[in-house]
Design a protein around this ligand. Sequence first.
Ligand code: HSE
Length: 436
Amino acid sequence: MKPIDVGLLGIGTVGSGTWDVLRRNASEIERRAGRGIRISMVADKDTKKALGIVKKQARVVADGFALVRDKNIDIVVELVGGYTVAKDLVLEAIRNGKHVVTANKALLATHGNEIFKAAQKKGVMVAFEASVAGGIPIIKALREGLAANRIEWIAGIINGTSNFILSEMRDKGASFGDALRNAQRHGYAEADPTFDIEGVDAAHKLTILSALAFGIPMQFPKAYTEGVSQLTQDDIRYAEQLGYRIKLLGITKRTAKGIELRVHPTLIPTKRLIANVEGVMNAILVKGDAVGPTMYYGAGAGSQPTASAVVADLVDITRLITSDPEHRVPHLAFQPDRLARDPILPIGEVETSYYLRMLVKDQPGVLADVTRILADSRISIGAMVQKEPAAGQSRVDIVMLTHKAIEKNVNAAMAQIEKLTTVLGKVTRIRLEELL
Ligand code: HSE
């Protein structure tokens, strides 16, 4: 049978990895897919660079639209990134009856509903394993492996750059800036690194996971997003002393009131496996009602790990290309006409535990005032540490861990605590999850 012809949009880090993996493992991949899979056309603005990689083994053009309209191409791999040109290219590929593979989490989280609708109408597949957690087959696990389950929650380390920064800050006392520069040097960070450090990249990925887990549309604008840029060495150290580690987690949870969709630094018990995921590695915990907690671990970024997911999608599409569209795995795991309407909860309605740190004057009654405010707001304290004041100092840090509370009640209590004349500055609040 004629090999499947793939057109590659963009031959940067992931594109060149895809080129390498497809060629290196060509015969193994053909045995798996039942047909050869070859990249026969590449579109990249930098045609010289592209030619340097593909030599004369594929046609190279500068214009992506020429590629998505080319009659010889069966599958388009979109590795352009961003929302604008990438969106136009993907929609044009679909209009031209091409199947699409994309690693573009930002595009899917923001325009996925429109893209899947167009694909559905045209009867083509849009595969996106590489969009979340690089090489970890988490999309496959959620859509297929866990299909028996009612998913209860997902909690994941899904931004390698932030995790790398937190590891470096904790282990080496590195500054935030040095750690970020180091991650950028390794090619892990997004083109705009604020997406990594402010939690946006993780929220894009979490939006996709949440849709697949609960059978809901993509709702990125409703995700709560907070990154690692405000974390201090003090908080990292205090958390360790209390038996917790701070990780940037993406958490999505089904509750009686609606669905939680939130990315923020989180204290998690040091003894949990996921607390020990270091550097740029990713890990995702999925709790299903039948299977219980399951964890998926691996490289979340990088050339060949991400190419691993792209090529797996190419194999999947090659196997399914002749099947009826209605017999394929639905894009969002559930049948498109059966998506649920559960609301996404605003962050104020979320219920979790909290780490609170405040700097107070070391004098009688301060603690009593703080704990009274918490008690009046029905917030119960689970643990508390007061540090010895440094020599000659009359100010001291108090750290408290609360039991579960509704976030808006915690916010109201924090505002009252900050008004006490004995409390200096703002209260630092970090959410805490036991992940049981
Ligand atoms: N910037 C991302 C990360 C890369 O740091 O995890 C892969 O999405």
